[in-house]
Write a protein that binds this ligand. Structure first.
Ligand code: HEM
Length: 524
């Protein structure tokens, strides 16, 4: 072979490599630069304003800057329930200049921000639950936490999952679970009594958020898997918490191209934790399938296994084992955090409003008498129901609801282009004086006395459990747990705020007190 021929081959290979590299670069540029600019142009042409993005970061840099300059919390003397500027300071700022509906960008991902109940109603009226998407960008990011569980699944698969799960969480099915709630709550309260008795004073400071979260985790573990897998339950709980802190504990630049590579350590750790949780749950499922009576055990897994392996086969509505694992994770995570935080915020508000503690104690005594907690009578605790609604209004455990448009959606002649992510700001709507009146930031449970919507002047203005076909499936369970825990706690203790408390609500998927909730707890 001549030298010239070899040189020609080398030049050809080099040329091909350069061409390939240029082609890849063009694709990357198209996806992460040209395509977002087209999408931005489409949104603007349809009348959606918003802060100006710069690709590939979108508006993330500005969000971080506003976050840094926002207030970090308030002391006991200056607690304000207007949490809009603390929780989502950038939205609070942008709302002032762009109104309640505008477009912003997480990296190269377009988001439509909505804090307008009228717009929300028009946007959702023509779209069925199964036709909504969930933002792909979050779906990939949160894969280790939810997999393809009900929170993330879409289309006909979502219909099938919901069909299997809804009966599992019906009030009739949940009734036998109440005794598990009483058991875990009583154990926690006993521990508090012992702790207080061991000190020198008649009351003690207790870190309420930590206590309630641990107890709620124990409850959901027993409800999900029963009491015979305690070791596994604890491990799943601990690993899910670790996964949550890994995914949401610090900035990870979701939406920016190759963001997983930027935070490679966190990505790998999340993946590892996700796999460990999956194999723990798989081993529980395997054990159940092998054991005598594994299907008849009274818990959510028992119910789903029976549906999946037996009843569901006849009607073709079953879940695969992989889907069962994802649903167990979804229950476990979705089922404890939101409820635990609703109880935590309630105890803060009751500590700030001792007259409401008295009113609730009176109601509990009147409904339950002096005897043991009667589960059938829980629904008669009306005032406790108003308090729960008011707490979910001021401090919504789920501070936002998300969707992704899978088709173009028409709203008042404007088009939300297919692929647009949608971020509904529940905090902003719950604190909007136009919807609620001038006393919007005050704790007034009585606003729910005559009206389940709390006097909100738009029916889509109060959506603490979401809306439409995708509304939360766990609300019966959470109301039951909320009432059991608070009835037992208020019957034994009074609560006041510790001088060590710093009011600084923040989001880590759910809305939580960023420095915990120390309360002074005193036996009655
Ligand atoms: C105070 C307690 C709770 C609050 C505030 C809450 C709030 C929410 C919200 C806002 C959504 C989104 C709905 C939408 O997209 O329109 C949701 C969905 C969901 N929640 Fe809850 N939740 C609570 C308790 C629970 C519990 C106890 C469970 C499970 C046992 C649970 C399981 C789920 C599931 C599986 C979904 C997805 C439903 C779907 O997309 O079809 N939640 N929840």
């Amino acid at each position: 072979m001549s030298m010239e021929f070899l040189q020609l081959c080398q030049t050809l290979v080099f040329g091909l490599l350069v061409a390939l590299l240029l082609f890849c670069l063009c694709i990357v540029l198209f996806y992460f630069w040209v395509s977002p600019i087209f999408a931005l142009y489409k949104l603007r042409r349809n009348g959606f304003g918003g802060p100006t993005p710069s690709f590939p970061l979108g508006n993330i840099r500005e969000m971080m800057k506003i976050n840094r300059s926002s207030s970090s919390g308030s002391s006991l003397d200056h607690i304000s329930h207007d949490i809009r500027s603390t929780v989502f300071p950038y939205f609070n700022q942008w709302r002032k200049s762009h109104g309640s509906v505008f477009a912003y960008w997480l990296g190269t991902e377009p988001f439509l921000y909505i804090a307008d109940a009228g717009f929300l109603q028009k946007m959702t009226s023509g779209v069925l639950g199964k036709d909504w998407g969930k933002p792909n960008v979050f779906k990939y990011d949160r894969q280790p936490l939810f997999g393809n569980g009900l929170v993330m699944v879409e289309g006909h698969d979502w219909v099938r999952h919901r069909h299997v799960i809804i009966p599992a969480l019906s009030p009739a099915n949940l009734k036998p679970m109440a005794s598990l709630m009483v058991e875990s709550t009583t154990t926690m309260l006993e521990k508090w009594s012992t702790f207080i008795a061991s000190g020198n004073s008649s009351s003690s400071e207790i870190e309420i958020e930590k206590e309630i979260t641990a107890m709620s985790g124990e409850i959901i573990a027993k409800i999900s898997f029963g009491t015979s897998h305690e070791n596994h339950n604890i491990k799943v709980f601990e690993k899910l918490r670790a996964l949550q802190f890994n995914l949401f504990g610090s900035n990870r630049y979701v939406g920016i191209p190759f963001s997983k590579l930027i935070s490679i350590k966190q990505t790998l750790k999340a993946r590892k934790l996700g796999k460990e949780i999956d194999s723990l749950i798989l081993s529980i499922i395997d054990e159940r399938r092998r054991s005598d009576g594994g299907y008849s055990q009274w818990d959510l897994l028992g119910f789903l296994l029976k549906k999946t392996d037996m009843d569901g086969q006849q009607v073709g509505k079953t879940l695969t084992t992989r889907e069962l694992v994802d649903e167990c994770k979804t229950f476990f995570f979705g089922g404890h955090e939101t409820t635990a935080l609703a109880i935590t915020w309630t105890l803060l508000l009751l500590a700030l409003h001792p007259n409401w503690q008295d009113q609730l104690r009176e109601e509990i005594k009147c409904v339950m008498g002096d005897g043991e907690l009667d589960l059938i009578k829980l629904s008669a605790l009306k005032k406790l129901g108003w308090v729960m609604s008011e707490v979910l209004r001021l401090y919504p455990s789920a501070p936002n609801v998300q969707r992704q448009a899978r088709e173009d959606i028409q709203v008042d002649g404007m088009i939300i282009p297919k692929g647009t992510n949608i971020w509904i700001d529940v905090v902003a709507m719950n604190h909007d004086p136009v919807l609620w009146g001038e006393d919007v930031h005050q704790f007034k449970p009585e606003r729910f006395k005559e009206d389940i919507n709390g006097g909100c002047n738009h029916k889509m203005g109060f959506v603490p459990f979401g809306f439409g076909g995708r509304m939360c499936v766990g609300r019966n369970l959470s109301v039951m747990e909320y009432k059991v825990v608070l009835t037992l706690a208020l019957s034994r203790f009074s609560f006041s705020v510790s001088p060590n408390y710093c009011h600084s609500p923040t989001t880590m998927l759910s809305l939580r007190p960023s420095n915990g909730l120390p309360l002074i707890v005193k036996p009655l």
